[in-house]
Design a protein around this ligand. Structure first.
Ligand code: AHR
Length: 488
């Protein structure tokens, strides 16, 4: 067994971990919305106004704090007017599967979902093929409390009170599917759009500009030169974990070698480097961290499951995905002075989903369990730590961890990515000693997953391999995610 050593000062907190780091993303893509979250009022599957009850309760269990909608690339071809009122106008979803959608899930249904989940709404507005006036009318429709034309239309469509809208993204991947813009032309267009993006009932709405693709540092540099805190509250970042690094052959979700597993871990750890480098650029222009980073698309992206529509991006989710989720969430916690939100792609039936469905059956993936293990990090304070941990193979850190504090309680989340070695982690607080420790674990072979016949192959168990004989020591088994709560 290898040994690692974690030092921390129980009183030294460094930044606030916003619960919105634990956010999710719901796009009109494959079976995320239709035949996923939304089954329609007439479905035999128990629902409330067409929204699956079991989906709502499962997402509430992980305290889903913020939901991004309607895309993704879809957002830049979405025209909201087609999705309100009694008569909906169908549309072609040209990005994903080339199917025609009937627009039965629109603004009212999305905000009802957010109210059922008790979460913040994050709208991605259409800059690519929309207009400034289309966006400003949408905001008036959603947020105006009086009798303006758009508010009256909302009322006649059955919603008297405005909805709360905390986050507005303007343009998605504007360097790609959102318009193939240069950074400079995006900034000019963004500044124009945001001027007319008025929220009438949520004055603290945060505007989010389209940030870089992965490690495109020059995009960030141009944004930071052109956008000031009075234009934008955050910029986004998209980075996906691709095991092979090849978009044409990304690798299978469930069948992969040890080597491909470690390549996946290496690819996901790159998130830390790119956040560090984007943050350094942001620090130059905004040393007070007024403009935040919203990692509003992240997760593993594999080849689709055999026999499924290639445009629907449906993939299974194994213990490998759980380790990836833990690594990323720890990275976001550790960068919480700059990272204020993150949205896993995507919430259901698409990419690294937390829920998968087949007819009326619903499965919680290993990734869902990681969100459950990390719950106590929501709106906590990050504790400064210093870790001396072994490496495996070629410079791959064996452990990923973060430590937070809420009131008197601490939560340590730690994952061991090794496939064959446990690690003994010694915890050394600068003062006091660790007491009232309790732990839970998620562990399985690297390629084990939950499916509709065996929905709980990977799930959380209580865990007691820790001791405080001379020093407090926690065993972190190979390919596991452990959460340890304690007091000092
Ligand atoms: O999540 C799938 C797609 O990935 C999104 O639509 C797009 O923003 C990104 O390229």
């Amino acid at each position: 067994m290898k040994t690692a050593y974690l030092k921390f000062c129980p009183d030294k907190t460094v930044s606030h971990i916003s619960k919105e780091i634990y956010g999710h993303f719901s796009e009109h893509l494959g079976r995320c919305i239709y035949n996923g979250i939304y089954v329609g009022k007439d479905s035999k599957i128990p629902n409330t106004d067409g929204i699956r009850n079991d989906v709502v309760s499962s997402l509430k269990e992980i305290g889903l704090p913020v939901l991004r909608w309607p895309g993704g690339c879809f957002a830049d071809e979405y025209h909201w007017k087609n999705g309100v009122g009694d008569k909906r106008t169908p549309m072609l979803n040209s990005n994903w599967g080339g199917i025609v959608e009937d627009n039965s899930f629109g603004t009212h249904e999305f905000f009802s979902l957010c109210e059922m989940l008790d979460c913040e709404a994050y709208l991605a507005a259409n800059m690519g093929s929309g207009s400034v006036s289309e966006l400003s009318r949408w905001l008036e429709y959603i947020t105006y409390d009086g009798d303006s034309p758009s508010a009256l239309e909302r009322k006649s469509n059955g919603r008297e009170k405005p909805w709360r809208l905390k986050y507005l993204g303007i343009g998605n991947e504007s360097w790609g599917c959102g318009g193939s813009m240069s950074a400079q032309s995006y900034c000019d267009t963004y500044r124009h759009y945001q001027t007319f993006a008025k929220n009438y009932s949520t004055p603290d709405m945060m505007k989010i500009a389209c940030g870089p693709n992965a490690d495109d540092y020059s995009w960030t540099e141009t944004l930071m030169q052109n956008l000031k805190p009075w234009h934008t509250d955050a910029i986004s970042l998209h980075y996906y974990t691709i095991p092979t690094g090849d978009w044409q052959h990304k690798g299978s979700a469930t069948s992969f070698s040890d080597e491909e597993y470690y390549d996946t871990i290496r690819s996901t750890l790159y998130m830390d480097e790119i956040i560090t480098k984007h943050s350094a650029i942001m620090d130059k222009y905004d040393p007070e961290s007024k403009i935040k980073l919203a990692v509003d698309e992240w997760g593993c992206w594999y080849d689709v499951e055999e026999g499924t529509n290639p445009g629907f991006l449906y993939q299974q989710n194994t213990m490998r995905d759980a380790i990836v989720a833990a690594i990323n969430l720890n990275i976001f916690n550790n960068h919480s002075s700059r990272v204020s939100m993150a949205n896993l792609a995507q919430v259901m039936n698409v990419l690294q989903a937390v829920l998968l469905s087949e007819g009326e059956k619903l499965v919680k993936t290993p990734t869902w369990y990681v969100f459950k293990l990390f719950l106590a990090h929501h709106d906590s304070e990050l504790v400064k730590t210093s870790l001396a941990a072994p490496e495996i193979g070629d410079n791959l850190p064996m452990l990923s961890l973060s430590l937070s504090k809420k009131g008197e309680s601490f939560l340590l989340s730690v994952s061991n990515c090794s496939l064959d070695e446990d690690c003994s982690l010694l915890l050394d607080p600068e003062h006091g000693c660790i007491k009232n420790a309790q732990a839970q674990i998620l562990t399985a072979d690297k390629d084990v997953y939950n499916d509709f016949d065996s929905p709980e192959r990977v799930s959380i168990s209580d865990y007691d391999r820790f001791s405080s004989d001379s020093a407090f020591t926690l065993t972190v088994p190979k390919r596991s995610v452990v959460s340890l709560s304690f007091e000092v």
